[in-house]
Design a protein around this ligand. Structure first.
Ligand code: CMX
Length: 136
């Protein structure tokens, strides 16, 4: 079941420059972390209400975000929705006719993650996130 927006991912060419811009824009400091599983470096801004804005810079040319930047330029990359049971939620999406990228949750920085194909959502890449519980 979808609980809330977990984060919004924005693809950027230069993390350092974009962090300075978004710190000014949002009025909060970023936490920088590597997400080698997704081949990106992320700047995470906690903007309140348990929602994050994440800036994504590709770690190398083989990152899906590098491909995105090359094709479409900087901008909104994905919207992540928090769910409580990712494997079942992905199955439920598939039953509703939504095209999946991941058939089951895989390990991400924030917990278990799975993507829905943008072709099934009016051109928007949607990520489902089941956050890791404390101590996991
Ligand atoms: N949002 C909207 N459309 C997107 C997209 C995105 N983020 N990424 C690619 N597309 C579109 C492309 O523009 C292209 O459209 P057209 O066919 O109209 O030209 C189509 O999807 C296919 O794109 P592609 O460049 O050929 O790329 P692939 O098919 O190889 O991969 C996708 C596309 C979405 C399946 C792949 O990027 C993917 O698996 N994404 C999920 C994982 C991910 O994005 N991780 C990044 C970091 C996430 C995080 O840190 O949380």
């Amino acid at each position: 079941m979808i609980k809330k927006v977990h984060h919004i991912g924005i693809a950027v060419n230069n993390l350092q420059e974009s962090v300075a811009l978004f710190e000014k824009l949002l009025g909060v400091k970023a936490h920088i972390e590597g997400a080698p599983c997704q081949k990106v470096t992320e700047a995470v801004f906690k903007i309140g209400g348990g929602v994050e804005i994440d800036l994504l810079e590709p770690m190398g040319p083989d990152s899906t975000v590098a491909k995105f930047l090359e094709k479409r330029g900087e901008g909104l990359h994905h919207i992540a929705l928090e769910v409580d049971d990712i494997d079942n939620d992905l199955k439920a999406m598939e039953k509703k006719g939504i095209q999946l990228i991941d058939r089951e949750g895989r390990e991400g920085v924030a917990g278990k993650i799975g993507f829905l194909h943008p072709k099934s959502a009016n051109g928007v890449l949607i990520e489902l996130v089941q956050p890791r519980k404390e101590g996991e």
